[in-house]
Each structure stands twice: as C-alpha cells, then as structure tokens.
Design a protein around this ligand. Structure first.
Ligand code: HEC
Ligand code: HEC
Length: 478
C-alpha cells in the first residue's frame, strides 16, 4: 500500500505510521467527517443468497461458513478465482443494484430503503426504533388479512389470529425492547456515539459499517464489516441449542464489554488502533453506535437475502409483507444481541502453579493440541507457520494464526486465550471447544487451561526448551 497517499488522505487524523504517533496527538481541528447525502448509503455489494450443496472445489474447507458477502469480488486481485466463484454460484448471486423481473425489483429496494430510514434514522440522528406494540400488531395483521385495518381493535384481532400467535409476537417484542435497553441503544447515546464514530472510526469502517475503504483492500485484514452481525474477539458463547432467530442466531455476536475492550486496546497486528485516549463515556457511546450499525446492517442484509429469494411457502415480499418481514428480522437481530450479552463464557480462575506444574500443564496442552479431539493443527498447521488460507464470513481470506509468534488480536492474557478456545471464532469457522471442559469428569485438569499454557510456552523459546527437557518427545517441527 502506498503510505504517503494514505497520509494525504488521512491528514485530518493521526494514522499509525504517518508521523503522528497516537490518536491523542491528533490536531484539535480534526474535523468530523460528514456523509455526503446525509443518509446511510444502501448496500450495493454482491450477496451469495444460496450456497450450493457441498463445498465447491475451490473453497478451502467443507465446513466453510456460508460465503454470504462478496464485497471484494469485483476488485479482487485474483480475477481467476473471482470468475470461478461467480460461475459456481451462478444464479445464487444477488446484485442489489440490478433489477430483473421476478428476482429483485425497484419497488422492493425502494421500500427497504424507506424502512431502514424509518427504523434506523440517519448518521446525524441515529435510532433503533422498536415500534409500539399496537403497531407491531397492525403490521403483522395487515399482512395476514388485508381486510383488517390498522384501526381494528385488539380484541377483534385476537379472535382472528388466535391468542397463541399474539403471545409469541408479544414475547419477541418485549425481548427486543429489553435488549435495546440493555445494549444502551437510546437516541441520546447513539447521537453522541455517532459523533465519536465519524471522527475516529468512519475513515476505516465506513458510514454504514461496511469497512471497505478502497485503500484497505490489500492491507491485512479489512476493517470489520459490522453488517453481517458477527465479530471475532468475543466472550459470548450462546448455548448451541438456543433457538436461532435469523441468520447465525446469537452466535458470533459480541458483548458490550468485548467491543469496549477492542476499541480501548486496539487489535494487535492489524491497522486497528488503540483508542486509549477516549473517555469511558465516549467508549460507551461509540460502542452503542457500532451496535446500532450492526443491527441496522444485519436487518438490511437478512431482509435482502430473504426478500430476493423467497423460499417455498414464502409470499412475494412487497408492501405489507415486506414491512412485516423487516420488522420480524429487526426484532430477531435485537433479541440475538440480547442473548449474547447474557451468555458470558465462564472462564474458571487459573490455578496458582509452580514453574514445574506450569510446564507439565503445557506438555499436556501440547498433546491436546495435536490430539484428534482438538485438532488445532488441522488449521494451524505446523503451529500456524504453514500458510493454510481460509475464507471467512465476509468473503475475504484469513490465515489461521501463526501461534509461535505470540501475537494475538483478541488479547494475550490467559483469560483472553481461554475464551477464544472455549467459544471459537465464529466468522472464521474456528470451532468452539467449550464442550471438552463442560463434559470433563470433575477433578481432571482443565484441558483448555492446559492448551493456554501450551500456547504461552510455544511462543517463548526458553519455555520450549523447558518442555522438551521435561518430555523429549515434544516436538515443534513437523
Ligand atoms: C485505521 C483503520 C481503523 C480505524 C481508524 C478503526 N478501526 Fe476498527 N478495525 C480495523 C480493522 C483492520 C479491523 C479488523 C481486524 C481483524 O479482522 O482482526 C477492525 C475491527 C474492529 C472491530 C471488530 C472486533 C471484533 O471482535 O471482530 C470493532 C468493533 C472495531 N474495529 C471498532 C472500531 C471503532 C469503534 C473505531 C473508532 C473508535 C475503529 N474501530 C477505528 C481498522 C480500523
Ligand atoms: C477450522 C480451522 C481452525 C481450527 C480447527 C482451529 N483454529 Fe484457531 N484460528 C483459525 C483461524 C482462521 C484464525 C484466525 C482468525 C483471525 O483472523 O482473527 C484462528 C485464530 C486463533 C488464535 C488467535 C486468536 C487471537 O486473539 O488472535 C488462537 C490463539 C487460536 N486460533 C488457537 C487455536 C487452538 C488452540 C485450536 C485448537 C484447540 C484452534 N485454534 C483450532 C482457525 C482454526
């Protein structure tokens, strides 16, 4: 990447490596960037709406998460690969900017834009609108029965629909409201968060959270695209059996404290800087705003997916049907965030250990790392030194971390690594390993702590020697 160009483009704020060392030193005239139209831009990148059965030959793993977003396809440096993907997906690609009778129509695109504006506001006046209960009912009912008007009273509606259905709706509506409150998505907080975001984050993450500024395409991992609603460095692990409301359900969502931590300390080894100089209030506010963008983006994403390729029993999503679909998805996304917030990974206290015990634990961790039940090496081949490229949920390429370097993006403490292994990293399909401790007989050593000790030892040449001294069968080369 051409850094001098980037420095010109980013002259109004301190860019790591461009002379101004930290964000704290940014010139005070650093302006708040504005969005030209005053509105959030509509989503225009390609979406893979339906993944064909079986893994296509050139996708690297059979368990590959659905390659939903293909935002980079048009400008990927590997034109050959792009052409191959397009061919394999064929009709399953939605280009939201191209209209075709019976596939995707301007009236649908237009209505989604209006719904997004009404429910999520503008960058200057952001909101997360959960309509009043009467309006939820009206939206749902108009969709069920065109003869029931908005003015119909609840009693008539209840008779028409049956109590059970209304109860479900009401439970969802309540859960969404609770999530909104818990996640601090009120208008005042969002308005303040938007200002912080436009000053410090928008250059990289974009006005709608797409994270695809042209300069970043080749600069290591792209800034996070919030619009799929999944995050990497999180301490939430919702029960795998919890009902999935929309998309991946609550899995892959962050807790507020995760996002605050990410913004405060940055992401080591990437261009995401640390914002240690933001006040606690600014951090809280900007994190609310990031969640707002994510809820907005995922609602848009999910609505586009469903409306453009209705399933067997689905209606054609227009007018009232589209309003109802959108509303249900918005509530579902909020509920998922609420579930994640409450599902903190239970990291047990690390046992105090002698040096000898720590090395013994690391040796056990070495065996677990290579045992089929964990199989870390199937992705982190040669401890991550081998280049084993994978696709991630955004349609970009990731390399399973080189674990010999001791550089971790989600934090280096034992607690951070424990959470990472326990919950996995959802958008890159690193599996969760929590079940190995929850089903272990009590009194046995905690397998995840053993692996954490191994990872710490692996990144330290002196510890590696100590491990081999204790057990000569320990090897660090293939
Ligand atoms: C110089 C570019 C840059 C700036 C400025 C920036 N970020 Fe990032 N951000 C990134 C990159 C790159 C990643 C992805 C790292 C990765 O995939 O590991 C990221 C990832 C994230 C994530 C995702 C973490 C996860 O667990 O998945 C969040 C949240 C985030 N940034 C928030 C912010 C906020 C809030 C601001 C402003 C206060 C900000 N970023 C400013 C580049 C930037
Ligand atoms: C299916 C493939 C896969 C498997 C199996 C896997 N990982 Fe990963 N892992 C990845 C990928 C991909 C990344 C890089 C994610 C990113 O870009 O941030 C990663 C990242 C990591 C990180 C870095 C986290 C950070 O904060 O930077 C650690 C630590 C890690 N893996 C440990 C393990 C351990 C230990 C195991 C076995 C218990 C394991 N992984 C199994 C794919 C895998």
């Amino acid at each position: 990447m051409n850094y001098s160009l980037a420095c010109v483009a980013f002259a109004s704020f301190a860019f790591a490596g461009c002379g101004s060392p930290t964000f704290a030193d940014a010139p005070s005239q650093a302006g708040t960037l504005t969005v030209p139209s005053g509105r959030y831009p509509a989503r225009t990148d390609l979406l893979a709406v339906k993944i064909p059965d079986g893994a296509p030959a050139r996708w690297h793993t059979a368990q590959f998460p659905p390659l939903r977003s293909m935002r980079l396809l048009p400008n990927t440096p590997d034109a050959d690969l792009a052409a191959d993907l397009r061919k394999q997906l064929n009709k399953a690609i939605l280009d939201p900017t191209i209209y075709e009778q019976d596939v995707w129509m301007p009236v649908q695109a237009d209505r989604i834009t209006r719904l997004l504006d009404a429910h999520f506001g503008t960058p200057a006046a952001p909101t997360v609108r959960v309509p009043a209960w009467e309006q939820v009912v009206a939206t749902g009912v108009v969709r069920f029965d065109q003869s029931v008007s908005f003015g119909a009273n609840l009693k008539d509606i209840r008779t028409k629909l049956g109590k059970a259905k209304l109860k479900d709706w009401e439970a969802d509506w309540q859960a969404a409201n609770e999530a909104k409150a818990e996640l601090k998505l009120d208008d005042a907080t969002l308005a303040r968060g938007s200002v912080v975001y436009r000053r410090w984050c928008m250059q990289c993450h974009g006005p709608s959270g797409a994270g695809d500024p042209a300069y970043a395409v080749e600069a290591g991992p792209m800034p996070r695209d919030y619009r799929q609603g999944v995050f990497k460095y999180v301490t939430a692990f919702p029960s795998p059996t919890a009902p999935k409301k929309a998309g991946l359900g609550a899995s892959g969502k962050a807790r507020r404290s995760d996002l605050i931590q990410t913004v405060r300390v940055g992401i080591e080894g990437t261009i995401m800087p640390a914002f240690g100089s933001l006040s606690d209030t600014e951090l809280e506010d900007v994190v609310s705003y990031v969640i707002h963008l994510s809820v907005r983006g995922e609602t848009e994403f999910a609505t586009l997916m469903r409306a453009s390729r209705p399933g067997g029993d689905d209606p054609i999503y227009e007018s009232g049907e589209l309003d109802w679909l959108f509303l249900q998805l918005e509530l579902a996304v909020l509920i998922n965030w609420g579930v994640a917030e409450k599902s903190e990974i239970p990291v047990p206290q690390e046992k105090p250990m002698t040096e000898k015990e720590r090395i013994e634990s690391a040796v056990r961790g070495f065996r677990l790392y290579n045992a089929p039940e964990f199989g870390c090496g199937s992705c982190h081949a040669n401890y991550g030194r081998a280049q084993q490229l994978k696709w991630d949920a955004w349609g970009t390429i990731v390399q399973p971390r080189n674990l010999t370097l001791g550089v971790y993006r989600g934090g280096r403490t034992g607690k951070d690594l424990y959470a990472r292994i326990y919950g996995g990293i959802v958008p890159v399909a690193m599996p969760s390993f929590g079940q190995h401790v929850t089903t272990a007989p009590s009194g046995t050593p905690d397998k995840i702590w053993d692996i954490v000790h191994f990872l710490h030892a692996l990144a330290d040449p002196a510890d590696r020697k100590r491990m081999q001294h204790r057990d000569p069968t320990v090897k660090f080369d293939p």
